[in-house]
Design a protein around this ligand. Structure first.
Ligand SMILES: Cc1cc2nc3c(=O)[nH]c(=O)nc-3n(C[C@H](O)[C@H](O)[C@H](O)COP(=O)(O)OP(=O)(O)OC[C@H]3O[C@@H](n4cnc5c(N)ncnc54)[C@H](O)[C@@H]3O)c2cc1C
Length: 507
């Protein structure tokens, strides 16, 4: 803990409010939605929270942290919503990944303060900088490990223009959950991967969610499947659209394909939006991918996000769609008894033209697993008030992992490929081979950069951090750290007169 003189100094130093642990209002400000399922396993737990109001507040916090050997955690979101501060470092994986890559692929420059100098100062670092120092910092910050290198205050993004995608098209709707229909939809997503040349214009995400009982959800609902599809019109006005793929998607969803799925539904609006291969400009379409709900269930959950190294043919040979729908059905047939609720998502990210794959080719950022063919989200929510239910959910996820992964046998992937945005680990160094390439080179490069830009481990608030190489760990060790948090308010600056190709956001 700080001494009284330091606390007095802090109150004078900061324009923004400072909250000490135990003071009124501290607990709700320390609340972290993303780690509420793991509160008992050492998530961020600060002694002080500083609401930085301006650059000086940030600089003062970093300077104080250096002087007093306090670790800092930075936060812009962390409640029920996602903000740009972390999102631009963890990637921004979404419903446009094949067509446009990750959100972070669009960062042109960012403004950051690091802690290697006695008097920290802000600087802009550019994506295409010639400076070796900027290159190292950009590489580390964008994809390395969020919040472990410095405090970001501004990000400038390359933006896309509607007029370049004026004929884009979308599918969005929901249907009641049915195992056979889900399997057929997943089989269709596998088909995308059968053709290496499948156009990058197509992104499809299939989501299934369990029934939402009134006690755990704002709006109670039956179990459902949500179908999302986007055709991005990447070649602009002259591009000819072929409706075959979306027709297949809608036919399966609506039970029009003369199969034996027992499904005679039409798609109904999902969160009031129904698109059945409608044409519209890209900005409008993208607005439809933002869902105005807090979270599917007001319950703790075990997260499980995996990227796959297997092509469609191999996933088919390993009977992945049979396996995954059988597992889903095991819970779905019995949600009342298990008190577990699923949110599962399935997306194809591969193919020769995928921007998700190719935006990483320049090596300027450090995101891993760009060669992955599929991304799977297999979250299980559970009634946290009952230890037996929690144990069941944990065991179910463990079994999923065991069956999903393994060289030559895994239903989803040979390798265990995890993504920072869906992290489920507490210790990044221990789990490094799952988050970075299996060869140690990338992590070692990040670790060397950590020693260079954060030699005192100021930005090491918990163990989910890149560790400097042995012998260069810095003055502060993770165990027994004093901690503080800087909370940055995120506001979007409307910047008239700025070049249209870029938009800068202040955090
Ligand atoms: C309900 C939910 C759904 C999600 N869905 C998706 C999804 O579909 N796709 C996807 O890609 N991700 C998704 N995520 C993950 C999300 O993108 C990441 O958790 C992201 O890092 C959140 O950023 P934040 O700024 O809101 O969070 P924060 O908790 O503020 O920050 C997350 C991390 O970034 C660091 N950080 C934050 N701001 C700064 C800053 N200004 N400077 C330096 N470091 C900073 C923090 O220290 C922390 O390590 C989801 C998360 C939630 C909770």
């Amino acid at each position: 803990m700080f001494n009284a003189i330091t606390i007095g100094l802090m109150m004078v130093l900061f324009k923004g409010a400072v909250y000490e642990r135990g003071s009124e209002g501290f607990d709700c400000r320390a609340y972290q939605y993303a780690t509420t399922s793991y509160r008992d396993t050492g998530s961020m737990d600060p002694d002080y929270i500083v609401y930085a109001q301006n650059d000086n507040d940030v600089i003062s916090a970093v300077t104080l942290a250096r002087q007093h050997r306090i670790a800092i955690a930075v936060r812009t979101g962390g409640h029920h919503y996602v903000n740009l501060g972390g999102h631009c470092q963890t990637g921004g994986y979404g419903a446009s990944a094949r067509s446009f890559g990750l959100l972070s692929d669009h960062i042109q420059k960012l403004r950051i303060v690091t802690a290697e100098k006695e008097q920290p100062e802000f600087r802009w670092i550019h994506r295409h900088s010639e400076s070796e120092e900027e290159q190292k910092l950009f590489y580390s910050v964008v994809g390395g490990s969020p919040g472990n290198f410095g405090v970001i205050t501004h990000v400038t993004l390359k933006v896309h223009k509607d007029e370049d995608h004026s004929l884009s098209r979308g599918v969005r709707g929901r249907i009641p959950y049915c195992r056979e229909t889900l399997k057929q939809l997943l089989d269709l997503v596998l088909e995308m991967g059968d053709d290496e040349d499948f156009p990058a214009d197509y992104d499809v995400v299939i989501t299934m969610t369990s029934e939402r009982p009134a006690q755990y959800a704002d709006t109670p609902e039956e179990a459902k499947i949500i179908v999302w599809g986007q055709w991005a019109n990447l070649e602009g006005a002259g591009q000819v659209y072929d409706p075959t793929f979306f027709k297949k998607l809608i036919d399966i969803a609506c039970g029009n394909d003369n199969d034996n799925s027992n499904n005679n539904n039409s798609m109904s609006p999902h969160e009031r939006v129904l698109l059945q291969d409608e044409e519209m400009v890209m900005s409008e379409l993208n607005n439809h991918w933002i869902i105005p709900i807090v979270r599917e269930f007001q319950l703790p959950y075990f997260k499980n996000v995996k990227a796959s190294d297997l092509p469609s043919s191999e996933l088919r040979a390993r009977k992945y769609t049979e396996w995954v729908t059988e597992r889903i059905d095991r819970i779905e047939a019995n949600t009342q008894a298990t008190e577990c609720y699923l949110v599962h998502q399935f997306a194809y990210s591969g193919g020769r033209h995928s921007r998700f794959a190719h935006n990483g080719d320049d090596g300027l950022t450090s995101f891993s697993w760009r060669d992955s063919s599929f991304i799977f989200v297999l979250d299980v929510f559970y009634n946290g008030e009952k230890p037996k239910v929690k144990a069941f959910a944990q065991e179910y996820q463990k079994e999923t992992e065991q069956e999903a992964l393994g060289e030559g046998v895994g239903k989803l992937s040979n390798q265990d490929r995890r993504l920072l945005w869906g992290s489920q680990d507490r210790n990044l160094h221990a789990a490094r081979r799952f988050y970075f390439d299996q060869a140690p080179a990338k992590y070692e490069r990040l670790a060397a950069n950590k020693a260079r830009f954060d030699p005192l481990n100021v930005f090491t608030p918990n163990k989910f951090s890149v560790q400097a190489p042995p012998g260069q760990e810095g003055a502060m060790m993770v165990a027994g750290l004093k901690r503080a948090a800087i909370r940055l308010w995120q506001t979007i600056i409307d910047a008239p007169g700025k070049r249209r190709e870029e938009a800068t956001t202040e955090l």
